[in-house]
Design a protein around this ligand. Sequence first.
Ligand SMILES: [Zn+2]
Length: 337
Amino acid sequence: MHESTYGFQRLKTRSSLVRTRGEGTKDIGEERIATFGRRLLAMKRDPSASGKRILHLKNPMVRITPPQAGWIPVVLDSPHSGTRFPDDFNAIASTEALRAGVDAFVDQLFPGPAHGAIMIAAEFPRAYIDPNRPLDDLDPAIIASTWPAPLTPSNKSGVGAGLIWTQCMDGTPIYSRPLPGAVIKARIEQYWRPYRTTLTGALDDAHARAGAVWHINCHSMPSIWPAGVAGEGLPVEADFLLGDRDGTTCAPEMTALVKEVLTGYGYRVAVNDRFKGVDIVRNEGRPTERRHSLQIEVVRSRYMDEPRWQPADGFDAVQAALGEVVRALGEYAGRTA
Ligand SMILES: [Zn+2]
């Protein structure tokens, strides 16, 4: 159903992956990820440790790319670029419709590791479960059974794009029937929570080493404003949208520095314009504790051919500008940490 020609990969179910590794599902959880975080820390301090060996230990649905150059206290995460569709997705929507929700190639577009930053990226698609939504942002209509916690679905759930997506960006339904509560719970424990815990672990690690951490939450967005957003259907005038939730998730110097670098490359940069940052930056950004989180949205037409779903001419230029963002943040960190 999900042909590789579209860039998607078939994926064994979680349980078969776990069996291959000779482990029980109970081993894949917060504790295991925390253990991995400690090993990652050890790796960074021991240059003889091979990245390959460390990567083998990770949760297969959360990819960690360690720094390939001198380490800096900058962490990047890409929660929406995953394209490995789990076999138990059971989506009835077409691959073309589903892929429109993917922040395509973003994990490659932001060249963090080449400049000394860690990159955390989801391998699974956000439509399966969205790591950038809070657990209570769930449409009750998608749950076939009772749900043990109160729900507060946002306007994103209202357009099918909450924690569990119910419709594609073109409005086509993703499922033929509601999902059992146990299915949703399994997605939370096996995908959502490992992603979030891994990211928090990387931020804790950088903060412990440098006394501060600068985090970029990496995204891309359609070049027309999507459903449920003011200006729906109109073109996005900027090239990049920065979101710090109105100055609450990072120091203003971080937002200003990123804006200055991108503007220097000739791009148009908007700040806190509609896409202000969602659950990850809201949870991780605590500037008073010297934990700075900034969301960056790249408008897709600037780096990819959206209908054909492939990188376009602008890709290298955007990648170079974002590389300079990471480098400049590392330099800034060196001056202020
Ligand atoms: Zn995104």
